[in-house]
Design a protein around this ligand. Sequence first.
Ligand SMILES: [Zn+2]
Length: 321
Amino acid sequence: MQPHGAAGPLVAALDIGGTKIAGALVDAEGRLLVRALRPTPPRADGGTVMAAVAEVLAELRAAPGWPGAVAVGIGSAGPVDATHGTVSPVNVPGWRDFPLVPRVREAVGGLPVVLAGDGVAMTAAEHWQGAARGYDNALCMVVSTGVGGGLVLGGHLLPGPTGNAGHIGHISVDLDGDPCPCGSRGCVERIASGPNIARRALDAGWRPPAGTEPTAAAVAASARGGDAVATASFDRAAQALAAGIAATATLVEINVAVIGGGVSAAGPLLFDPLRRHLTQYATLSFAAGVEVVPAKLGTDAGLVGAAAVAAQGLGLFPLGV
Ligand SMILES: [Zn+2]
């Protein structure tokens, strides 16, 4: 029996990151009906992390709505390998080629399980319910501790064979730039992520106010107060994001770039220079004029998106507007 007011079949959604494992039952209108949450066990072996996932699933299975659940959708920190059903999240060291999909399938009595990277899941969410709704061609990005993303093309989510397509954080926009932990150089993430915004400001002489951690949010506060070094660090991040968006627009023709994640909370400090730089890089007629807008769904994007990924992958219910 479904909870009162639930629309259509339900999807059990999992949003797995380095700090938390969130779960929810999501209905065909994108509403989160039941939630469960566990911290991701830090520095734990694979089995211990999986036990936390199993606890989240057990809580969902105990909910009255569970019999309405027809599938599980997972959005996981990456890299993921949707082809083999494995994950190797950089920030979950206990999981390397961990067989997450078969383990989850066992834990839910054999329901179909669909896996995607967290950037792809966020994109699915913003396209279904958020700022990319109504757009057939969109790039959605999360700018936070890292920079991730995903693509909607021709009206459909494009996860790619392994569930990582659109990972704009690791395209190079600075050919001889700083080495990136991924092994490349000058990646968008190496320039535009929150920790890199703070690092660049610190290197240039900025100091956070007494008693404040040197975060991107602290850099943003200083920039709002007129600090030129802080402002310049955001400008450089915006420039890298603009170059990445322009490359994407030129490659596959997008109409909108949606930006979420903690760094996007800086608002005009990020978006104003980003739009300005974009006019410098996206110059051809078909690439110019891409709209840049903030994401709408916030922290629920991972769960809503995991459900959307399963719904599209299995054809469970329509996601269109
Ligand atoms: Zn990289």
